[in-house]
Design a protein around this ligand. Structure first.
Ligand SMILES: Cc1ncc(COP(=O)(O)O)c(C=O)c1O
Length: 440
C-alpha cells in the first residue's frame, strides 16, 4: 500500500533539492522531486518516510525488483572476495560465466561470444566498433525515434534533438537515419504489415541512393523503441531487414538495452519477434542496477577487433557480474515470466479500456508487459499532448506513484513497473493513473 506521511515532496526532499541545485550540474534530469532512502521490490521509501509505488524501475533497470535478496547476497559475497582487478589485467571466472549465460540465452543457431562493458551507451559504441572492424566498412544506418545513449557515437545514433543532442554538435559522421515503422503516425496506413513494407522501401531507397549498399557496416535498431515511445517494430519489417542485411553482408544489431532482460515478457524481445540479429546489445535489467552491459553475437563477428581493440578498466566488474548471475538465476526459475504474463494482461486490458474512455489517449501499445499510452490533443490531427503528460506525472507522484514519460514528442506515458510486482500493487498504480488521466 502507498503510504504518504508528508506532502510530496516532503521537507527532507525539499532540502536535498536545494543542496542538489547548488552542488550538482543542472544537466541530469529528474522525473520526480523526491530522494530515496530505501527500495525493495516495487517500492521506494523516500527520505521523509513516504512509501511510493515505482512504475519506473529506475528507467527499466530493476526488472527483478529493487534489491532482491539473492542479488544483494551474491554481490556482498563477491565484495568480500575482491572488488576489482580489471578483467584486462587479472581475469576472473564470473565474467566468463556471464558471457556463457548470454551466449546460450541469445537466440539464433550459431556460435556466440560476448563482451562486457558498463553502460548501455558503452555497449552500443562497442557493437559499432565490432561491426566496423569485422566488415572493414564504415556507414551505420539507424532509425527515427531511436535512443542509443549519450556518448558521442550513441548520441549520434539517437534521434531526438532536445534535450539529447541540442548544442552538442558536431556528431559522428557516416551515420544515416531511416524512418522507423511507427504505425500510429505512419502517413498512409496504420496497418503494421503495410507500414512495414512501405517503411522498408524507404530504408532501401536511403541505403542504395544515399550510401551505397556495399558501404554499410551495420544497421542498428531497437526492436521495441524505448525512449522513442514503446513502439514495437512490426515482425515483417524486422524480417525484411534481416534478409537485406544477410544478403549484403551487413551486421544487424538489435539494441535491447531497454526492451531486453525480461521487459517484454521474454528474456529478449527478438525471441517473440522471431528475427535474430548478428549482435545483441544488453544493459539495464542485466544486473538489477549494478553497472553492466554486454554485446553478444556471432563468434566470427565478435572476434573482428584484435586483442586490445575493445575493453576498458571497469568493464565486466566482478561485483556487477555476480549480480548479473543472480539476476539470470531469478529468470531461470520461471516465476518472473509467469508474473510478466499476468502483468501483460492487466496492462493491455487497462490501457485499451482508456483508449475507449479518454479522448486524450490516442494510442495504447507495446509488446508483452512493456506498454505505453500516447496522449494527443485531438484524435483526428493526432497533435501531441506533452502538457497532459506533465500534469499526469506530477499528479501521480503527488499521490505516491512514480511514472515516466517517453516519446519524440514527450507525449507518451510508459509503464515500467518491476516485473515482480503483485497484481494488487499493479492495479493500485493503474487506478491512480486512471484517476489522474480523468482529471487531466
Ligand atoms: C535502447 C537504449 N539504448 C541505449 C541506452 C543507453 O543506456 P545507458 O543509459 O546505460 O548508457 C538506453 C538508455 O535508456 C536505451 O534505452
Amino acid at each position: 500500500m502507498i503510504e504518504l506521511k508528508t506532502k510530496i515532496p516532503g521537507p527532507k526532499s525539499l532540502a536535498l533539492m536545494e543542496r542538489r541545485k547548488k552542488a550538482v550540474a543542472r544537466g541530469p534530469f529528474h522525473a520526480t522531486p523526491i530522494f530515496a532512502e530505501k527500495a525493495l521490490g516495487a517500492w521506494i521509501i523516500d527520505v521523509d518516510g513516504n512509501k511510493l509505488l515505482d512504475f519506473s524501475s529506475g528507467i527499466g533497470v530493476v526488472n527483478v525488483g529493487h534489491s532482491p535478496k539473492e542479488v544483494v547476497e551474491a554481490s556482498k559475497k563477491q565484495l568480500d572476495k575482491f572488488i576489482h582487478t580489471s578483467f584486462n589485467v587479472v581475469a576472473y571466472e564470473n565474467y566468463i560465466t556471464v558471457c556463457e549465460k548470454l551466449n546460450s540465452a541469445m537466440p539464433g543457431a550459431f556460435q556466440k561470444k560476448s563482451f562486457l562493458a558498463n553502460s548501455g551507451a558503452e555497449a552500443v559504441e562497442n557493437a559499432i566498433k565490432i561491426a566496423r572492424a569485422t566488415t572493414g566498412k564504415q556507414a551505420i544506418v539507424c532509425f527515427q525515434h531511436a535512443y542509443h545513449g549519450r556518448t558521442y557515437m550513441a548520441m549520434s545514433l539517437t534521434a531526438k534533438a532536445k534535450p539529447y543532442k541540442h548544442g552538442f554538435a558536431p556528431f559522428n559522421c557516416e551515420v544515416y537515419r531511416a524512418p522507423f515503422p511507427y504505425p500510429y503516425r505512419w502517413p498512409t496506413t496504420s496497418q503494421p504489415e503495410k507500414v512495414a513494407e512501405e517503411c522498408f522501401q524507404e530504408f532501401k531507397t536511403l541505403v542504395s541512393s544515399e550510401i551505397g549498399t556495399s558501404q554499410v557496416a551495420a544497421v542498428i535498431i531497437e526492436p521495441v523503441l524505448g525512449e522513442g515511445g514503446f513502439i514495437p517494430a512490426p515482425k515483417k519489417f524486422l524480417s525484411l531487414l534481416r534478409e537485406f542485411c544477410s544478403e549484403n553482408k551487413i551486421v544487424l544489431i538489435f539494441d535491447e538495452v531497454q526492451c531486453g532482460f525480461g521487459r517484454t515478457g521474454t528474456l529478449f524481445a527478438c525471441e517473440q519477434l522471431e528475427v535474430y540479429p548478428d549482435l545483441l546489445v544488453s544493459a539495464k535489467g542485466i544486473a538489477a542496477g549494478l553497472p553492466l552491459s554486454a554485446v553478444t553475437g556471432k563468434a566470427e563477428i565478435m572476434d573482428g577487433p584484435p586483442e586490445g581493440g575493445i575493453g576498458g578498466t571497469y568493464g565486466g566488474n566482478p561485483v556487477a557480474c555476480a549480480a548479473a548471475l543472480a539476476v539470470i538465476e531469478q529468470w531461470e526459475k520461471g516465476e518472473l515470466y509467469k508474473n510478466a504474463k499476468a502483468m501483460e494482461r492487466i496492462l493491455t486490458e487497462t490501457t485499451q479500456s482508456w483508449l475507449k474512455k479518454f479522448p486524450i489517449v490516442g494510442d495504447a501499445r507495446g509488446l508483452g508487459p512493456m506498454r505505453a499510452i500516447e496522449l494527443v490533443k485531438d484524435r483526428e490531427t493526432k497533435e501531441p499532448n506533452p502538457e497532459a503528460v506533465k500534469i499526469i506525472i506530477k499528479a501521480a507522484y503527488e499521490k505516491g506513484l512514480i511514472l515516466m514519460s517517453a516519446g519524440t514528442f514527450s507525449n507518451v506515458i510508459r509503464f515500467l513497473p518491476p516485473l515482480c510486482i503483485t497484481e494488487n500493487d499493479l492495479t493500485q498504480g493503474l487506478e491512480i493513473v486512471q484517476e489522474v488521466i480523468s482529471k487531466a
